[in-house]
Design a protein around this ligand. Structure first.
Ligand SMILES: CC(C)(COP(=O)(O)OP(=O)(O)OC[C@H]1O[C@@H](n2cnc3c(N)ncnc32)[C@H](O)[C@@H]1OP(=O)(O)O)[C@@H](O)C(=O)NCCC(=O)NCCS
Length: 167
């Protein structure tokens, strides 16, 4: 498997995988009919050089991540997504590592949408994973979207990329 910047021909595959991944990863968080993105929006991000893809040896896309520079010292990763058929095989970790190295910044940020109320299993697992990798929550704001099934917070996590690597 390789991770590299996406090309324009990848837009439909990337959009399909993002929507499938979020459908699997955010059960109960959204009302029916919600989708995370579409090929047109993904095409614009690819054009801007903000989408990296994980490919199998035959070229097939199995995951993607958005990475962009926020300021001189900080980059942000988002929409980290893997084809649900390939969950748990290390693709997400490979995409996250690519994102952390891509801009050579001192800090990386990401956001985690967490519904109020009972702990959400997938979000708990992601919080634990990001924490093990060195990410710490630095802020939180109420996220208000009409298609949300209930109230939720958008937490921002930050990691120093200059610190000793976490395992
Ligand atoms: C998060 C995600 C990208 C991880 O991709 P992956 O290829 O399965 O990840 P890896 O095999 O490299 O494992 C890394 C971590 O991913 C998470 N993960 C893996 N399989 C998972 C699953 N079936 N359900 C939820 N999280 C899972 C775990 O936190 C795992 O770490 P752990 O095994 O130490 O707990 C993938 O599960 C996904 O697309 N989820 C839905 C979209 C999403 O929630 N994106 C993140 C938004 S902040």
């Amino acid at each position: 498997m390789i991770v590299e910047l996406a090309s324009s021909e990848d837009a439909a595959d990337v959009a399909r995988i993002i929507n499938a991944a979020y459908h699997a990863g955010e059960p109960g968080i959204w009302h029916g009919g919600w989708t995370r993105t579409n090929p047109n929006a993904v095409g614009q991000l690819i054009e801007a050089g903000e989408i990296a893809v994980a490919r199998e040896d035959d070229g097939r896309v199995v995951g993607s991540v958005r990475v962009r520079r926020l300021d001189d010292e900080t980059a942000e990763l988002g929409m980290l997504s893997v084809d649900p058929a390939a969950f748990g095989a290390g693709t997400g970790r490979a995409l996250l590592t690519f994102a952390e190295q891509h801009h050579g910044t001192a800090f990386m940020q990401l956001e985690l949408l967490v519904p109020h109320g009972a702990p959400h299993p997938q979000k708990e697992r992601l919080h634990d994973w990001y924490s093990r990798l060195g990410y710490r929550q630095i802020s939180s704001r109420v996220f208000d979207e009409p298609l949300l099934a209930g109230p939720a917070d958008l937490r921002t996590y930050r990691k120093s990329l200059r610190a000793a690597p976490a395992t």
